[in-house]
Design a protein around this ligand. Structure first.
Ligand SMILES: *Cc1c(COP(=O)(O)O)cnc(C)c1O
Length: 391
């Protein structure tokens, strides 16, 4: 453990796991991601333990590797699917369609039909046009309406504005769903990914409660399900509460709003299950200063925004970066290898890296199991997609 790190490696990986990953990584050509599946197993178990009453729908987009999907399938997980391509991938692993939900509110009518033909009967929506498409292409299906949530300042990767509708419109849509012969089944929200303010779930559940009560009292519609989305924490540099604290608080919010006999609860974790299982192994390509008197060195690595580190956009996600080198530390700018000046990962937020860090040294990007391989471009500047290994 070097002293340059503003973090404690033990907060992210136990020694065994980290050694297993670095041993596997030794001698392989960088860059690549190593994912420790035992860690995912542990995070999944923790999620089940923390929310014993909930059904878990893994958000496939976080990391669609067959090794992960197979493992979660065998553990009994359900899957939140966003496209026919994800659908085909999951069905190819013999997952029953009644364990799937089509969670994307933006979809073509022919894709809705494809999901329906494959046996999927649970659909998200947030607009009238989409709802009418579902009624035509997936008659009789269960519908949940996604509502807008606040809390974008406290989520490191917000998912607001683009998805969801206002409470009044959500009620209109659920009534219309009934009138179109669909089953108005529930309400969903996503408080934003890596949501650090647990109160965001309280605010969202408050809106859901209003919808449940008004529809029951004024329209005779009994909704059955609340889909609380993702947003649960992974460990990055910016600390969060642990999952048990999230669960205790959120469970309290549910009981305060809905009593002991609360509706069916769905969770759609992605990041919190996968991120901390992964280490992205990279190599320093170049170290330079921009002038004789420049205070900051530039560290260019063989991985960048276009090869897996998209979530460094606006420096949103601050990955812990580990190196074997130690000693005196200096602030650096960290950038990727491509010919695009957007390919700078950290410039405002200054990472301290040891002065003796040299070209050819390895940098280990911790907590990179989620939203890296699936976001990697396919050949910008000819660089291939991010390689990944599952151990
Ligand atoms: C991306 C996404 C998730 C996963 O969110 P995390 O914050 O990664 O857990 C869940 N549900 C939906 C609808 C999503 O789009």
């Amino acid at each position: 453990m070097s002293d340059q790190t503003a973090f404690n490696l033990a907060d992210y990986y136990d020694t065994d796991t980290f050694n297993r990953i670095t041993t596997f990584a030794a001698g392989k050509e960088t860059p690549f991601l190593v994912v420790d599946t035992a860690t995912i197993d542990r995070h999944y178990e923790k999620m089940v333990e923390a929310f014993p009453y909930a059904s878990i729908y893994y958000a496939v987009k976080a990391n669609p590797a067959p090794q992960i999907l197979t493992m979660l399938r065998d553990k009994g997980a359900n899957f939140d699917i966003a496209s026919i391509y994800e659908l085909e991938k999951v069905l190819a692993l013999d997952v029953s369609p009644n364990r799937l939900s089509y969670g994307n509110t933006i979809k073509k009518a022919r894709d809705i039909r494809a999901f329906f033909d494959k046996g999927v009967r649970l659909f998200a929506t947030d607009s009238e046009a989409d709802l009418r498409n579902i009624a035509r292409a997936a008659p009789g299906s269960r519908i949940y309406v996604r509502i807008l949530t606040e809390g974008t300042q406290t989520a490191d990767w917000p998912l607001s504005r683009k998805f969801g509708c206002q409470t009044d419109m959500a009620m209109d849509l659920l009534i219309l769903a009934r009138d179109l012969g669909l089953e108005p089944y529930g309400v969903s929200f996503h408080v934003g990914s890596q949501q650090r303010d647990i109160g965001a779930w309280d605010a969202a559940l408050g809106k859901v409660k209003v919808i449940f009560e008004r529809l029951r009292d004024e329209d005779g519609i009994e909704l059955k399900m609340i889909n609380m989305g993702g947003g649960f924490p992974a460990n990055y540099l910016t600390r969060t509460n642990d999952l048990a604290t999230y669960a205790a608080e959120i469970s309290r919010f549910i009981r305060e709003d809905f009593g002991e006999d609360f509706p069916e609860i769905i969770l759609e974790p992605g990041r919190s299950l996968i991120a901390n299982a992964g280490v992205l192994v990279s190599e320093v390509v170049l170290i330079s200063r921009k002038s004789r008197t420049a205070l900051h060195r530039w560290i260019y690595t063989d991985v960048g925004k276009f090869s897996g580190l998209v979530e460094t956009m606006d420096e949103s996600i601050k990955f812990p970066i580990y190196t074997d080198k130690s000693g005196e530390v200096e602030d650096v700018v960290i950038a990727g290898p491509s010919c695009d000046s957007a390919d700078i990962m950290y410039e405002n937020y200054k990472y301290g890296l040891p002065l003796n860090l040299a070209i050819g040294d390895r940098l280990y990007w911790l907590s990179t199991g989620a939203y890296t391989t699936s976001y990697s471009s396919i050949e910008f500047n000819g660089f291939p997609p991010l390689k990944d290994y599952y151990i």
